[in-house]
Design a protein around this ligand. Structure first.
Ligand code: NAP
Length: 298
């Protein structure tokens, strides 16, 4: 990639951390996050991004606590739904490219085969509805140059996520019940950022830019949260980490009620992003292993 200015929105978050850690030397990242920068403040978005005049805007910011969103619908729709439209507006004015991260929770989970990008969206939660509104705000903004990347079950260093929660609980508790009737695919933040850099890098190559639009990206393979937890615990045992955990048991969603409804099946097809980037997608078990190895090295 030639020297490029990138505005990274939500720069203190988990995915943004992986982007910051892996940004190519020819990239100049400028960081934007709360409290200095509020994406939901339109005047601030327009003035600060216009002053920077970036080539790319990467939006990792969102209200990501799915259950908290249920009790804060107005704020969720403002941040996740309306604010991406402000980013799209200024990106269009500047002639830049927007990368926006969305979620598998825009789907209802009624399907039994992987969701493709054109499948009907039907979110079950305020979080999913507000993230879908964010996608639509971008689509209706008049901006042509955007990549909306939907991802699922994201984990990485520098953030609270399922992998870190299971690691902590396996050390603290003797028994753990994890839902086994929600099926999806984990995504390593390291792998997702590699795709983001590839999309942007290809955009600099005159002959092979990835077409703009909506893409799905997760790791390869399918599992339940329970199977995901089993794999984490197995890797901890292999690494000889002392655990209190004696029993990891599968439970039903109904046995562990949470404020937000979640899709029972949210596996996404990656065919479109594979053909746009020529990238191979690592299996979730392999990426989890790599994550655990680097995490345990400290
Ligand atoms: N985590 C997952 O499992 C998952 C799954 C699918 C899709 N995604 C999507 O992936 C993206 C990245 O997720 P993540 O887990 O890396 O998120 P994250 O760790 O929660 O980071 C989000 C960042 O955005 C900031 N932010 C929130 N509201 C803001 C605002 N109004 N203005 C500016 N910054 C604001 C947050 O600040 P505060 O912490 O101070 O609020 C935080 O630093 C999000 O779009 C999310 O919806 C995540």
């Amino acid at each position: 990639m030639k020297c490029k200015k990138i505005a990274l929105i939500g720069s203190n978050g988990m995915l943004a951390y992986s982007l910051r850690r892996t940004s190519p030397p020819e990239v100049e990242l400028t960081l934007f996050d709360l409290p200095e920068f509020d994406m939901a403040n339109k005047a601030q978005v327009l003035s600060q991004l216009s002053a920077l005049n970036p080539d790319f805007v990467i939006n990792c910011a969102a209200m990501t606590n799915v259950d908290s969103c249920e009790s804060q619908p107005e704020q969720s729709f403002l941040v996740n739904g309306t604010a991406p439209g402000y980013l799209a507006e200024v990106t269009r004015q500047l002639g830049a490219i927007l990368v926006h991260i969305s979620t598998d929770f825009v789907f209802s989970g009624d399907k039994t085969t992987p969701y493709v990008e054109l499948d009907k969206t039907e979110p079950l939660s305020v979080y999913g509805q507000s993230k879908l509104a964010g996608e639509q705000a971008i689509l209706h903004s008049g901006l042509d140059k955007y990549y909306i990347v939907r991802t699922s079950w994201l984990y990485g260093s520098a953030g609270s996520n399922f992998v870190e929660t299971v690691i902590r609980l396996a050390v603290e508790r003797e028994e753990l019940g994890i839902v086994s009737d929600q099926i999806g695919t984990p995504t390593s933040a390291t792998d997702l950022v590699a795709v983001i850099w590839t999309l942007l890098g290809k955009n600099q190559e005159q002959n092979t830019p990835a077409p703009f639009g909506i893409y799905h990206y997760s790791n390869d393979g399918i599992c339940s949260w329970y199977e995901f937890a089993c794999a984490i615990v197995k890797l901890m045992r292999q690494a000889e980490i002392p655990l209190k955990l004696k029993e990891l048991k599968p439970i039903k969603t109904a046995e562990y009620p949470l404020p937000a409804n979640r899709p029972a099946y949210s596996v996404m097809s990656k065919e479109k992003i594979i053909s746009a980037t020529d990238m191979q997608i690592p299996h979730w078990q392999e990426s989890l292993k790599q994550y655990m190895i680097s995490r345990l090295k400290g």
